[in-house]
Design a protein around this ligand. Sequence first.
Ligand SMILES: Cc1ncc(COP(=O)(O)O)c(C=O)c1O
Length: 389
Amino acid sequence: MQLADRLQDLPPYLFAEISRKIAEKRAQGVEVVTFGIGDPDLPTPPHILDALKQASDKPENHRYPESEGLPELRQAIAEWYMRRFGIRLDPEREVLPLIGSKEGISHIALCLCNPGDVALVPDPGYPVYEFGARLAGARVEFVPLLAENGFLPDLEFIPEETARAAKLLWLNYPNNPTGAVADASFFEKAVAWAKRYEVTLIHDAPYTEVAFDNYIPVSLLEIPGARDVSVEFHSFSKSYNMTGWRIAMLCGNGVVVDAMRRLKSNIDSGIPQAIQEMAIAAARGPRDVIAANNATYQRRRDRLVRALRDMGLEVESSRGSLYLWARIPPGYDSKGFATELLDRVAVVVTPGTGYGSHGEGYVRLSLTIPDESLEEGLRRLHEWASVRA
Ligand SMILES: Cc1ncc(COP(=O)(O)O)c(C=O)c1O
């Protein structure tokens, strides 16, 4: 069978590889503890599940949905943005529900890039930014996120010629995988830069509700003039423990939102309406689930940071996202270190190089691990550290 070149060049998705390794260990009877994927271990709140149960009885929800989503969902998302960020979005033109943000992230470059155009992608970064750009035939140029810059891209460092050839720039704060955060002044500079070079800014923002130490992340769309050049992806996945239901949204610049609507109307047939009703209940419902999640994640973050530092690992205490970005000990590379932990003590951490070459020297640990597993994982990591000492 002869497959298309674009698929042959595509490496397997990072977490598909990791899941395969875990399954292999489990088949050998090994109990694996995983700090791998960022998938909330806490259940979807009851009022959101109730909305699904009621919605499933309605015959109108048994039929094809409209690909642009229920008007009531778009309205509820606009209200959510207003309540959370003080931004007024037009639900007709500036809001588009998605089948999870991964779906939209993988498709958006098809709307913005002709083959050969430049897509600016952070390194390290969520792998789908790169893959989506490649599927669109764009030329990917990586923008390094360095510790000395607080893992923010140094936009002035992007060569003039590259900036002029670029059609889009991805941003993602609170950041996966580094846990870094960005304030309004960074976004202001990014908007000015994007206007100067006529580049669309795409802010992937699924972690704005996952924040600690009283830190409140901002939306890129809060910045005056941002909407002229920007869109923002948001998701119900992490904010409301809804990864399994697959629902998210794209908001912002009406031309880009309309392009995505047109593209997607030819690709999918929308989000099951019962799930859209769950998202309406989430968006209009209480925010106590967010506060409760953050208290849990913050407690786990503190426990993990202390334990990792006790083992001699260097790690920042992140103020947002679900991740800790830990430096690996000398004598290893990221993949070798992650492999050693899996082979020696059956603990999964994600090698930093899974997010790009600038992830070398780091591993990522997720906070979405139940407390007992976290304790067991730490016990094993201590065991590994004491054997090594
Ligand atoms: C940075 C980032 N963007 C997007 C996603 C996708 O989220 P979803 O497709 O569940 O909305 C993830 C998931 O882990 C992520 O870390």
